[in-house]
Design a protein around this ligand. Structure first.
Ligand code: EPU
Length: 300
C-alpha cells in the first residue's frame, strides 16, 4: 500500500493504530492502522474520491457487529461519525448510516410506526443493516426500504429507490467500495403500545436463544437454503468445541464466542473446523454470514 497517504486524505478526521477489539463486538483482530471518521457526507465523499483518484483500496466499517478480522489492516478504514439525527415525515423515518439499528427499531415503536419490529435485537449500524439487508423472523430491511443514499466507488453520491435484484438474503450490491450514507424507511402507522411490546418481545426472544452476554459477531454462517446452520452445527455435535478462547456457543451453535483473549488464529481455526465437520457430517457447505477481513487488502 502506498505511503504516505495523499495530503488531502490526511486533512480528514482520522486516528492511527486503533485496536480492532475496540471497534468490533467480537473483540478479535489486530490494529486498524488508519481509521477515518468523517462527520459529514461531504467529508465521506472527499475520502472516497481521494482513494479513487489514487487507486487506493479501503474498507468500510459499520458498528463492527458482523465482522471477523484476522490480523492488522493497513489500508484506510472508513467509519462514519455522522450526527445521529432521526427525521420523521409522516410514516417515513430517515436515519444516517451511523444510527443504531436497534435504536431505530425502538424509535419507530415509540413513534407508533410498525414495520421495524423484526430489527429489535439486530445489533450494528443502520448502514451495516442496509449493506447486509439485515433480517429476522422472516422479514428483511428491503421490505420497508423507501429510498437510500450511497457513494459509488468513484465517489458519486446517489439517492434512489431499491430495484429488484439489488438486495438479496443478507446481501446487497453495496460492497467493493460503495458506502451507505443514509436511508428512509416507509412504515405503517399503528398503536405505539402494541408495536413497542412486539419490539420488546423480539429483543427478549433473541436474548433467550442467543449468547448475547458473551462477545460474539452474531450468526457466523448463512442458513443454507431450507436449512438452519445452527441446527446443522448442533446435530454435528459441535456445541462447546473450543480452540483457545474461541468456542462454539453451547446456547446457539451458529454463534462463536470469544471468552476474552481469542486470537484471530483461534477464530480462523474454529470456523474452518466447524465447516469441515459439517461437510463431513451433513455433506453441506457452510458459507460465512459475517464479513471477514484478512490482511492485507483482500476483499471480505
Ligand atoms: N437450532 C438448533 N440448535 C442450535 C440453534 C438452533 O437446533 O444450536 C434450531 C432451532 O431450534 C430452530 C432452528 O434451528 O428450530 C433455527 O434457529 P433460530 O430460530 O435461532 O434461527 P436461526 O435461523 O439460527 C436466524 C438468523 C438470526 C436471527 C434469528 C431470529 C441467520 C443466519 N440467522 O437464526 O440472525 O436472529 O433467525 O430471527 O439468518 C444474525 O443475523 O447475526 C443472526 C443471528
Amino acid at each position: 500500500m502506498p505511503h504516505p497517504l495523499p495530503d488531502d486524505l490526511l486533512t480528514l478526521p482520522h486516528r492511527r493504530d486503533v485496536p480492532f477489539p475496540k471497534l468490533t463486538t467480537l473483540g478479535v483482530g489486530g490494529l486498524c492502522r488508519w481509521l477515518f471518521e468523517p462527520a459529514t457526507e461531504a467529508e465521506a465523499q472527499r475520502f472516497v474520491q481521494a482513494c479513487a483518484r489514487e487507486a487506493l483500496p479501503y474498507r468500510v466499517l459499520g458498528g463492527g457487529s458482523n465482522l471477523v478480522i484476522f490480523g492488522d489492516v493497513e489500508v484506510p478504514v472508513l467509519r462514519l461519525a455522522f450526527p445521529k439525527t432521526l427525521r420523521q415525515d409522516g410514516p417515513r423515518l430517515s436515519a444516517p448510516a451511523s444510527y443504531g439499528h436497534i435504536r431505530l427499531s425502538q424509535d419507530a415503536g415509540r413513534l407508533g410506526l410498525s414495520g421495524l419490529e423484526y430489527a429489535a435485537g439486530i445489533p450494528g449500524s443502520t448502514g451495516g443493516a442496509l449493506r447486509m439487508n439485515a433480517g429476522a423472523y422472516g422479514t428483511e430491511l428491503v421490505e420497508v426500504l423507501d429510498t437510500f443514499r450511497f457513494l459509488t466507488p468513484d465517489g458519486d453520491l446517489i439517492e434512489k429507490r431499491p430495484d429488484p435484484g439489488e438486495f438479496g438474503y443478507r446481501s446487497s450490491f453495496l460492497t467493493g467500495g460503495h458506502v451507505a450514507l443514509a436511508y428512509t424507511v416507509r412504515l405503517a402507522p399503528g398503536d405505539a403500545g402494541v408495536i413497542q411490546a412486539k419490539v420488546a418481545e423480539n429483543m427478549g426472544r433473541r436474548g433467550t436463544s442467543q449468547p448475547l452476554s458473551r462477545r460474539n459477531a452474531g450468526c457466523i454462517f448463512k442458513n443454507p437454503a431450507g436449512l438452519s446452520a445452527g441446527r446443522l452445527i448442533d446435530q454435528a455435535g459441535l456445541k462447546g468445541l473450543r480452540i483457545g478462547d474461541a468456542e462454539v456457543s453451547p446456547d446457539h451453535a451458529n454463534f462463536l464466542i470469544n471468552h476474552g483473549h481469542a486470537t484471530p488464529e483461534d477464530f480462523d481455526a474454529l470456523m474452518e473446523a466447524v465447516r469441515e465437520k459439517v461437510r463431513m457430517f451433513h455433506g453441506v457447505e457452510l458459507e460465512p454470514e459475517v464479513e471477514i477481513w484478512r490482511s492485507p487488502g483482500s476483499e471480505g
